[in-house]
Design a protein around this ligand. Structure first.
Ligand code: FAD
Length: 511
């Protein structure tokens, strides 16, 4: 089933007036929707002026921009329900927005829609130390949860590099990951319950505090649904005890192939590091220039591998990791000797995106996952594509998860360069699929990867996604045009790729 607004019933000719009134202008429509919203929200929480709407026109994927019809900034649940009611009554699309750091255009406004900002939902509602859980509103930033519970010796494990800014509501919508997700799981593994509003205005509590819950796992369904199914109003996050200690091993390798082999070697040795990240030469030099973390500028690639736990466990695990890395050709190995040094080693990795932003007018961050065993081959192919497209590409990524983040450097002011970049990005994503991986590891589909969903899934699978969407949102008002492509779009995309698009490298193994 294809979701969208249902086609209107045919109008009998006798019902059509001879001179039908012209459709309302966008301005009239804007005034109308804003007036309805202003019945339930204070006037200052309904924005229509162009300059007030400007801050909402894009998320972290700034190559795509749109001005919403109107922005609404509700302060409580009843106001959110009222916004959804206006959307329903006027058939107006709604795009929920947390902090706008998303990298796939998920929070890109709809030109004829309401931008629903959750910025005022910024309260930590309750912390239960004994049960190790925190109830928080969706606008609370990821990092604030850990900071808030730090005095209790607890923390929230998933740690996107954007954690200082991104909201927990956005994390749930994107099923976000981070450096420590290799050992502790993604958002979906660290959230116990969510409270959501459906487009009908119903409030649902999904999930449970038990290990399993009866019925369909709607919590898992909503996690990662990119604002297409419901609006999250509260999140119960699982908290973990802070490990006694943590240490980072920083190892230099002559090239990405040997670093890739070391990643496979560490995991193959039965070690699950708390984090296992890779940066190639271009990324390392951009980062070192920016944060001066002490990275080896002579290395073709560096690995950062963290061990955490008791002192004995960390000592044992670190020793084993060093042995594997040496056997795989590491040319230099350093271990953090203090907490300050550990944080300094990570600071570079965490600042990698802005650091790359300093060496290029624009950059495009891609997010795809591949089986770890395919790392070396895929990185080599990305290098070839980089040469073929004439665009530099820095690689910095969650190597332990096989979650790639190639950063394509381009200049949007050069005519045609954005289109070239999009072609390069599409080829990388197709490559991920070709080796048995996926087109997103943690950033979501949004508008960015909607075409590649056609390659990732068969029509029957996409039809099931549409059926799920229709069950939650029959009128297709929540974040329309994102996440799941229409089958007609896939037909067009398929024809395009067959005609002119670069296809995945025939020599790459499929896992
Ligand atoms: C420098 C940088 C580094 C990053 N590093 C990482 C990383 O390491 N790992 C990672 O996973 N991501 C990373 N990201 C991407 C981004 O930070 C995450 O996707 C994050 O979860 C987005 O949160 P947000 O609050 O900014 O959401 P937004 O960008 O505002 O929205 C993202 C999506 O969530 C939906 N949404 C937001 N709030 C709600 C709600 N309350 N209810 C329903 N839907 C909602 C929106 O409609 C949209 O589809 C990075 C981004 C940047 C800019």
């Amino acid at each position: 089933m294809i979701v969208g607004k249902p086609s209107p019933a045919p109008v009998p000719m006798s019902a059509v007036p001879e001179n039908p009134p012209p459709p309302p202008t966008p301005r009239q429509r804007q005034q109308y929707v804003a007036a309805l919203l202003a019945r339930a929200l204070p006037a200052a929480s309904v924005l229509v002026a162009r300059e007030d709407l400007k801050p909402y026109e894009c998320d972290g994927l700034s190559a795509y921009r749109e001005t919403p019809l109107v922005a609404a900034i509700p302060a409580d649940e009843s106001q959110v329900v009222a916004v959804l009611e206006v959307a329903r009554e006027t058939a107006t699309p709604v795009v929920a927005r947390g902090s706008g750091t998303g990298l796939s255009g998920g929070a890109l406004p709809h030109a004829e829609g309401i931008l629903l900002s959750l910025a005022k939902f910024n309260r930590i509602v309750a912390v239960d130390q004994a049960a190790r859980k925190a109830r928080v509103q969706p606008g609370v930033t990821n990092l604030r949860i850990s900071q808030h519970v730090a005095p209790l010796g607890l923390y929230y494990a998933p740690d996107p590099s954007s954690q200082i800014a991104c909201s927990i509501g956005g994390n749930v919508a994107e099923n976000s990951g981070g450096v420590h997700c290799l050992k502790y799981g993604l958002t979906v593994h660290n959230v116990m319950r969510v409270r959501v509003a459906t487009i009908e205005g119903d409030l649902l509590e999904l999930g449970s505090e038990a290990l399993d819950a009866p019925g369909y796992d709607l919590l898992a369904l909503v996690t990662g649904s990119e604002g297409l199914l419901a609006v999250t109003l509260e999140v119960t996050a699982r908290l973990l005890p802070r490990p006694q200690t943590a240490q980072v091993v920083m190892a230099s390798f002559p090239d990405v192939e040997s670093a890739g082999a070391a990643v496979a070697g560490v995991i193959g040795a039965g070690i699950v590091p708390a984090g296992l990240e890779m940066m190639d030469r271009l990324a390392t030099s951009a980062v070192e220039d920016f944060v001066h973390a002490g990275y080896d500028l002579g290395a073709g690639a560096i690995l950062l591998a963290e061990s955490d736990g008791t002192h004995e466990d960390v000592e044992h695990e670190t020793k084993k990791m060093i042995e594997v890395m040496r056997a795989c050709g590491a040319t230099d190995i350093r271990c953090s000797q203090s907490e300050a040094e550990r944080l300094r080693y990570w600071s570079g990795r965490k600042a990698a995106f802005p650091a790359v932003g300093r060496i290029s007018p624009d950059y495009y961050c891609i997010d795809g996952s591949i089986p770890r065993a395919a790392l070396a081959g895929v990185l080599r192919r990305i290098e070839e594509l980089s040469a073929a497209y004439g665009l530099r590409c820095a690689n910095v990524f969650h190597a332990g998860d096989g979650n790639l983040h190639p950063l394509i450097l381009y200049d949007a002011n050069i005519p045609g360069e954005l289109e070239k970049t999009e072609g390069f990005a599409a080829d990388i994503l197709e490559l991920c699929i070709a080796v048995g991986g996926t087109i997103t590891g943690e950033h979501g589909v949004g508008v960015e990867k909607i075409n590649q969903m056609c390659s990732q899934f068969a029509s029957a699978e996409l039809a099931q996604f549409h059926a799920v969407k229709a069950a939650f949102d029959p009128l297709g008002l929540l974040n329309p045009g994102k996440g799941v492509p229409l089958l007609s779009r896939c037909a067009e995309y398929g024809a395009l790729r067959v005609k002119g698009g670069a296809l995945p490298h025939p020599e790459l193994p499929r896992f």
